[in-house]
Ligand binder design. Structure first.
Ligand SMILES: Cc1cc2nc3c(=O)[nH]c(=O)nc-3n(C[C@H](O)[C@H](O)[C@H](O)COP(=O)(O)O)c2cc1C
Length: 197
């Protein structure tokens, strides 16, 4: 696993933990570090959300991505009010989601880096292609790529929950997953078991 201390505030001071007899630790829900520590136990994939801004396309690394509904086909992303992407999604009708593959950690770091150059240069170092229906940038060689129209948005505290109705979908035949766990990127050695549902 590789540390993301420069781009994530998950690293640094440890939150105040109250040891419990069974080896677990309890934390204060008002402590932001504690929230990151505990919620970081939920392993996710890593996506780049993309959209056309007023003057240039914009991308942002996001792991608060979930499939929501099959009929209609909906996904959601949660975007921080302070993110540039929040303003962009508030004014555009479409967004893209690229699910990153194991070898795309550098792409994830690029679009999470708050000091990256924005504007037309933002995508200069990244391979991308325009989405077939909306033209939003999709990261080349991502495991999966989605184009969405903004369907609804909801208050989510200091984030906004944007629901997207799927317009197009594609998926690579194979490839490794880029995952995020405990504030770090990880490369999974998959031992897959079937789920019957
Ligand atoms: C693995 C990872 C996942 C992230 N997930 C989200 C997310 O789901 N929502 C969010 O608002 N920020 C998320 N971030 C933080 C943004 O990527 C970061 O703040 C970015 O610089 C915001 O870009 P912008 O302000 O230029 O739009 C994540 C960062 C990392 C490293």
């Amino acid at each position: 696993m590789t540390d993301v201390s420069r781009i994530s505030s998950a690293a640094g001071r440890s939150p105040a933990a109250r040891p419990e007899p069974d080896g677990r630790s309890a934390y204060d829900v008002g402590d932001r570090k504690a929230l990151r520590t505990v919620l970081g136990a939920f392993a996710t994939g890593v996506t780049v959300v993309t959209a056309e801004g007023d003057e240039a396309p914009h991308g942002m690394t996001a792991n608060a991505f979930t499939s929501v509904s099959l009929d209609p086909p909906l996904v959601l992303v949660c975007i921080d009010h302070d993110a540039v992407m929040h303003r962009v999604l508030g004014t555009t009708g479409h967004f893209g989601v690229s699910v990153l593959a194991g070898e795309q950690e550098a792409v994830a770091r690029h679009f999470a880096d708050r000091w990256r150059v924005l504007g037309t240069a933002e995508f200069d170092t990244v391979d991308w292609r325009p989405g077939p229906l909306t033209g939003v940038p999709l990261i080349s060689d991502a495991l999966a790529s989605l184009e969405c129209e903004v369907w609804r948005s909801y208050d989510g505290g200091d984030h906004t929950i944007f629901l997207g109705r799927l317009l197009s979908l594609d998926r690579r035949a194979d490839g490794e997953v880029l995952a995020f766990f405990d504030g770090r990127f990880c490369h999974l050695d998959l031992d897959r078991s079937e789920v019957s549902a």
